[in-house]
Ligand binder design. Structure first.
Ligand SMILES: Nc1ncnc2c1ncn2[C@@H]1O[C@H](COP(=O)(O)OP(=O)(O)OP(=O)(O)O)[C@@H](O)[C@H]1O
Ligand SMILES: [Mg+2]
Length: 369
């Protein structure tokens, strides 16, 4: 009667001793896993398990199971397919020995669904993070565009009087001798006026409405040229240079003058962050990377320093126009100009930093026309 019942229940089941040795398997299980009754009787449950190492603990606990316990275990079918079963073990005693009444439920499809949902969730989270970042960037860009228009409006008016002041100051400097008591003061007026001219020039770069030029360029040569321009500052701060040019990138079309400006701004920041000694590393490699799920090939140029780094509080603000921690020594326009130029080139700029450890600036240039 017992056997008839066991065969009649439309569920794959097994009876095994507490070490997993199978003493009975019903026909549903034979159908389910593809082994014959005889093959089952020669087997131990753990031999059928596809992930014994992962489940070693469960198997070692079999003799101690006191109540019905359900776990997911991967098993082999006779044809070597793997399926995930939710296995319930119910202990019972018979003639002073402990046995297990084991029921199998195939949960492979549930597992696949779970993994898929997890992957979807992860993808969604990534997408959300990228979207937030882009929104941030857009917000920044519209701020920058507004600053640009403002700058265009006033720069012209300021530039003219500045030019006039500078002209007169230079006249005066030509007239008076260097030991005149006012000579030093006038030199300072000249220097500071020239600085104002530079600031206005930076503001005008913002307002630049014309699209960048498009010239085929070897970007590594352009980088090397920009580094060469910075050698005096690099030497003065006793900075060593390392070049990690892993791959030879293809020539790409860009505006060499503008991209040089980006390189210079980033290198100047790095040099300024290492006032006495440090290491400046330049890296060039090719990457395949997706932004907003749009995969593409990019040339990645990294400029890393071992300088002061940027605090977590400030890292989100470095691209904001006029954000500077350098007091009167900085205008805070360097990185926002870089971002604008990179955007005009369909490229990207990213800054990673750790306070006290250094900063990595990554510039991504798309490899396409
Ligand atoms: N390599 C770096 N190391 C440490 N801090 C950095 C680095 N690059 C940027 N920063 C931080 O980001 C701020 C903004 O940089 P950005 O280049 O836009 O302006 P700035 O260097 O302050 O002024 P400017 O470039 O106009 O002279 C800096 O003031 C500094 O705090
Ligand atoms: Mg700067």
């Amino acid at each position: 009667m017992f056997k008839t019942m066991m065969e009649g229940v439309p569920l794959p089941l097994i009876i095994a001793d507490s070490n997993g040795r199978i003493s009975f398997a019903n026909k549903w299980l034979e159908e389910f896993m593809g082994y014959t009754h005889r093959e089952f009787l020669k087997s131990n449950l753990r031999d059928l398990c596809a992930s014994y190492e992962q489940n070693r603990y469960i198997f070692s606990c079999l003799p101690d199971i006191e109540r019905t316990t359900e776990v997911d275990i991967d098993f082999y079918r006779k044809n070597d397919d793997i399926f995930t079963a939710s296995v319930s073990f119910t202990p019972f005693h018979y003639q002073q020995a402990q046995y297990l009444f084991i029921i199998f439920r195939d949960v492979t499809s549930r597992r696949i669904r779970e993994v898929k949902t997890r992957e979807d969730e992860e993808r969604y989270r990534r997408l959300l993070a990228e979207r937030n970042m882009l929104q941030d960037q857009l917000h920044r860009s519209s701020k920058v565009a507004f600053m640009g228009e403002l700058a265009a409006g006033i720069a012209h008016e300021i530039n003219n009087p500045l030019g006039i002041i500078l002209g007169f100051v230079q006249d005066i400097l030509d007239e008076i001798s260097s030991d005149d008591p006012l000579f030093e003061s006038i030199r300072i007026i000249e220097k500071e006026t020239a600085r104002c001219v530079d600031v206005v020039k930076d503001l005008l770069d913002f307002a630049r409405l014309k699209p960048p030029e498009s010239i085929s360029v070897n970007i590594v040569e352009l980088l090397e040229g920009s580094v060469a321009l910075m050698i005096p500052g690099i030497k003065k701060n006793k900075i060593s240079i390392k070049k990690k040019f892993k791959e030879k990138p293809p020539t790409i079309k860009l505006d060499p003058q503008l991209i040089q400006q980006v390189f210079l701004n980033v290198i100047i920041n790095a040099v300024q962050s290492m006032p006495d000694t440090g290491l400046l590393t330049f890296g060039v490699n090719l990457v395949h990377k997706a932004w907003l799920q749009e995969p593409g090939d990019w040339i990645r140029i990294t400029i890393s320093d071992t300088g002061t780094g940027i605090s977590e509080k400030n890292i989100h603000r470095v691209f904001d126009p006029f954000f500077t921690t350098k007091g009167s020594k900085g205008t805070g326009l360097g990185l926002s100009v870089c971002q604008r130029i990179m955007e005009d080139h369909c490229g990207r700029i990213e800054i990673e930093s750790q306070k006290g450890a250094g900063t990595i600036c990554s510039l991504y240039f798309p490899i396409k026309d």
